[in-house]
Design a protein around this ligand. Sequence first.
Ligand code: HEC
Length: 147
Amino acid sequence: MIRYAIVGRTALLLGAAVLAAMAAAQTDSAAQSPAKSVYAELAKVPAKAAARRNPLESDNEAVAAGAKLFEQHCAECHGANADGGKKGPSLRAPDVQQATPGTLFWLLTNGVVRKGMPVWSRLPEPQRWQLVRYIKSLGPSQAPPKQ
Ligand code: HEC
């Protein structure tokens, strides 16, 4: 009896592993599709993470603090005004501006390393939320985005 239970369980685990591998393969091929927008990663953020609220939503100093962090860590790729640089896309684009705070926080935490967007989990959480406040404060650019 016990032996059957163990065999059954192993089969289940194997099945789950195969399914996971198939899912991973599918995600990979989708990511390589050339027609994808540079902002496609935002749509892949798990719903639960996307729904997280910014704990600094009513902190009056968060935007200024985020601007400073942006200058230190992000401007070299995304441009001093966040409207796009040589290495990174504009963050004033509607896809970014319409993303929820939780979505942007998740993206900062996890990065999109294979596409050149670094992981920022070494910045303390409050700093990541400050950056989110700063990005959301920008609104769409007057000038058309450079990328
Ligand atoms: C080394 C260059 C580099 C730095 C530094 C960098 N980024 Fe990025 N970032 C990128 C690239 C490249 C992408 C586009 C990735 C993609 O194709 O999905 C990106 C994408 C993004 C996106 C859009 C999400 C998406 O769909 O890809 C956000 C938001 C973002 N970065 C925020 C930041 C913030 C905030 C910082 C500073 C903490 C930062 N980035 C630092 C290169 C950089």
